[in-house]
Design a protein around this ligand. Structure first.
Ligand SMILES: O=C(O)CCC(=O)C(=O)O
Ligand SMILES: [Fe+2]
Length: 307
């Protein structure tokens, strides 16, 4: 790994992580969040989990969503993902726009920054659905016309992943293909959700990627990994007896996203969520503002039950 561990109070190496993002399509900032703040963040993540578990199944209310599953292997109800929990958790609302995110993002995105995605992913030990097939996030920008500069590979769109607990291959940490962001859209893992199976090696080879180039991002609590919309990435299943808790926040240069996203920074000033939700990735926000429960359709079990 290019970066050495940052000591306490050291500033993130902004120039070099911007360079690594440009050249390799990903970068890691070690010790991005100090341990005291991480303890509060982990408690907040656990609070969000407990809130999600109050629901019998997947629940959406505007941008806020909890994806729940009765996992057949874990043999219990679990929360897989939460979206836009910043609306219900003050600690995490402040974290999403903490000045340290401006420090990290400014070299690429400038000082006016929109926040597009706000997610927590849990991978429970023993659960069946704990992997993410290799993909490029540009695929999840549904209404492509409202996102400007999608082909501006380096500078307009950055996804960040904060390790809430220690992550490695065993508990399903993020994996990336360095340099893959320069290859355009490769169409990996299309058809169905990215959580419905592992990517066969042959699919990588067919897309011109060498499976040996994969980099496993080993992360300590508080480390931040960043990647671009075109960086091929995914993550293996959790085969360990440890949890894997990961906070993903996706940001854009505001001028590239005039119609989507919440403000994170305006002219460099950290900007709280307002009175009304903005359309982020959920395109039907205005048509479907009321709380709803949603049946899952993508698991093997749900598909068998339907056929
Ligand atoms: O949680 C992970 O390991 C990756 C998730 C991901 O890449 C995504 O949701 O787009
Ligand atoms: Fe992704």
């Amino acid at each position: 790994m290019v970066y050495c561990r940052l000591r306490k109070r050291e500033k993130p190496m902004t120039t070099s992580h911007a360079e690594q993002l440009r050249e390799e399509g990903y970068a890691i900032i070690r010790g991005f969040v100090p341990p005291d703040d991480m303890a509060a963040i982990e408690r907040a993540v656990d609070d969000v989990y407990a809130e999600g578990m109050k629901h019998p199944k997947t629940f959406r209310h505007g941008n806020l969503m909890f994806e729940l599953l009765n996992d057949p292997a874990a043999d219990k109800k679990i929360v897989l993902q939460a979206y836009w929990f910043a609306w219900i958790n003050r600690v995490l609302e402040e974290q999403r726009r903490h000045p340290r995110y401006l420090d990290a993002l400014e070299p690429m995105l400038g000082r006016d920054i929109k926040h597009i995605s706000n997610q927590i992913h849990w991978k429970h030990p023993g659960a069946k659905y704990t992997f993410y097939r290799y993909h490029q996030d540009v695929r999840f920008r549904e209404n492509k016309a409202v996102y400007l500069g999608l082909d501006d590979l380096e500078s307009s769109w950055i996804t960040t992943g904060l390790a809430v607990n220690a992550q490695d291959a065993g508990n399903g940490a993020l994996q990336v293909f360095p340099g893959s962001h320069k290859r355009g859209y490769l169409g990996l893992s299309e058809g169905g959700t990215i959580m419905a199976g592992e990517t066969p090696e042959q699919h990588l080879i067919d897309a011109g990627l060498d499976p040996a180039d994969m980099v496993q991002c080993e992360l300590e609590p508080g480390d931040l990994v960043m990647w671009t919309l075109y960086t091929v990435h995914g993550s293996p299943p959790n085969t360990s007896d440890r949890e894997r808790k990961f906070i993903l926040n996706g940001y854009a240069r505001a001028s590239a996203s005039p119609e989507r996203g919440e403000w994170a920074f305006r002219g460099g000033a950290s900007t709280p969520l307002g009175d009304e939700q903005q359309i982020c990735k959920f395109e039907r926000l205005r048509e479907e503002p009321d709380p709803v429960y949603i049946d899952d359709t993508w698991t093997d079990e749900a598909r068998q039950a339907q056929s």
